[in-house]
Write a protein that binds this ligand. Structure first.
Ligand code: GTP
Ligand code: MG
Length: 316
C-alpha cells in the first residue's frame, strides 16, 4: 500500500519522467508496488533510463510502500477462500487437495502424449465454471508455444460439460508464440488483459520448448536461465496479484546420472524446480489411462492418481 510522502504515481519517483513512466506502464509496471519489487536492470532496459537511476527509483518506491503483515490465521482464511480448478478426475483432484490452485504455479511434466496438453484444455474449460462448480468464474489466457491449441477439442469438451462451445472459446485468449521474445512479451503485457478481462487461469504450453531450441549449447545456458527466471517470476507475480491459477507444461529428458528408478527428469533446471509450487509427473499407461505423480507440493503428501483421457475429457 502506498504511503503519503507525496509518492503515489510512477512519475513521482526520482529519475522517472513522463516518457519512461509511459514505457514502464506499457510493460506492466503500472504502480509503485511493482516498481518496488522490480529488478533495476529490467526497468532500465524497458524505459531507457540508466541502471543507476533505476536503482534510485526502486529504492524510493520501496520507501514509499509499506509491507502489511498478516497473522497466520489471516493467511489461513485467505488460503481457504482461494479458488481451485477441478481437473475432471476426482482422484487427481484429491491428490492436489481439491484441484489446481489459484495463487500458485502448477507444472505438469512428462513425455509426449502423456496428457499435459489435454489436461490444459480441460482446465481451460473448467476454469470458466462458477466457483461452486469447481471453476474460477473467469477467462483463460493460453500461451501456445508448440502450435497444439485445438479449438475443436475445446468445443468437444465444452459440449460434454454442458457449456456453450462458442462462449467457452470466446473466453480463451490464445497467443501463438513462436519465439521466446514473444512468449515473454505475452506475459509481460498480460496485466491489463488480466485485469480488464478477468483472466483467472494462465496456461503456458509448453514453458521450455522455445527456450530449449533458441538457447543451444552450454555457453547459452546462463542467459537462458536468466531470461527464464524473469519470465517465471512474472508469472508468479500475476498469480499473486490477481489470485489466478497458472498451469505450465514441461518437457523431460533422460538423466543418465540416475542409476536407480525412473531417469526421467523435467528440463529447466533449478529455476523451474524452485518456481513451480506444485509439480506433477504424468506417464502414459494402457490406452486412455494416465498415471500422475505428485512430486512436489507445499502442503500435500507425495502420491499418485490415475486419470483417463476420454472423448469427453479428463475423467476417473
Ligand atoms: P507433448 O505435447 O507431445 O509432449 O504431449 P502431451 O503430454 O501434451 O500430450 P497430449 O496432452 O497432447 O496427449 C495426447 C494424447 O491424448 C493422445 O495420445 C490421445 O491418447 C489423447 N487425445 C488427444 N486428443 C484426443 C481426443 O480428441 N479424444 C481422445 N479420447 N483422446 C485424445
Ligand atoms: Mg502437448
Amino acid at each position: 500500500m502506498a504511503k503519503e510522502k507525496g509518492i503515489k504515481e510512477l512519475e513521482d519517483l526520482p529519475g522517472i519522467g513522463p516518457t519512461s513512466a509511459e514505457k514502464l506502464k506499457a510493460a506492466g509496471y503500472d504502480n509503485i508496488e511493482k516498481i518496488a519489487t522490480a529488478a533495476p536492470h529490467e526497468l532500465s532496459e524497458i524505459s531507457g533510463i540508466s541502471v543507476e537511476a533505476a536503482k534510485k527509483a526502486v529504492d524510493a518506491a520501496k520507501q514509499a510502500t509499506t509491507l502489511e503483515f498478516s497473522t497466520g490465521s489471516q493467511v489461513y482464511e485467505k488460503r481457504k477462500s482461494l479458488g481451485k480448478v477441478k481437473t475432471g478426475s476426482k482422484d487427481l483432484d484429491s491428490l492436489l487437495g481439491g484441484g489446481v490452485e489459484a495463487n500458485a504455479i502448477t507444472e505438469a511434466y512428462g513425455k509426449f502424449a502423456s496428457g499435459k496438453t489435454q489436461l490444459g484444455f480441460q482446465l481451460a474449460v473448467n476454469a470458466q465454471l462458477p466457483v461452486k462448480d469447481g471453476g474460477l468464474d473467469g477467462k483463460v489466457l493460453f500461451i501456445d508455444t508448440e502450435g497444439t491449441f485445438r479449438p475443436d477439442r475445446i468445443e468437444q469438451l465444452s459440449k460434454a460439460a454442458g457449456l456453450d462451445p462458442k462462449q467457452v472459446l470466446d473466453n480463451i485468449l490464445v497467443v501463438r508464440a513462436t519465439s521466446t521474445d514473444q512468449q515473454i512479451l505475452a506475459i509481460e503485457r498480460a496485466d491489463k488483459l488480466v485485469r480488464e478481462d478477468n483472466v483467472k487461469l494462465i496456461i503456458v504450453d509448453s514453458l521450455m520448448a522455445l527456450f530449449r531450441s533458441e538457447f543451444l549449447g552450454r555457453g547459452a545456458l546462463g542467459e537462458r536461465q536468466q531470461k527464464l527466471n524473469a519470465h517465471i517470476h512474472k508469472l508468479q507475480r500475476l498469480a499473486d496479484t490477481y489470485d489466478l491459477a497458472v498451469y505450465i507444461t514441461n518437457q523431460v529428458m533422460d538423466n543418465p546420472g540416475i542409476l536407480f528408478g525412473d531417469p526421467t527428469t523435467p528440463v529447466g533446471g533449478n529455476v523451474v524446480a524452485h518456481a513451480a509450487t506444485t509439480r506433477l509427473y504424468m506417464r502414459k499407461s494402457k490406452e486412455e489411462k494416465r498415471i500422475i505423480r505428485l512430486v512436489d507440493s507445499p502442503n500435500m503428501p507425495e502420491g499418485e492418481a490415475i486419470m483417463k483421457i476420454t472423448p469427453d475429457g479428463i475423467k476417473d
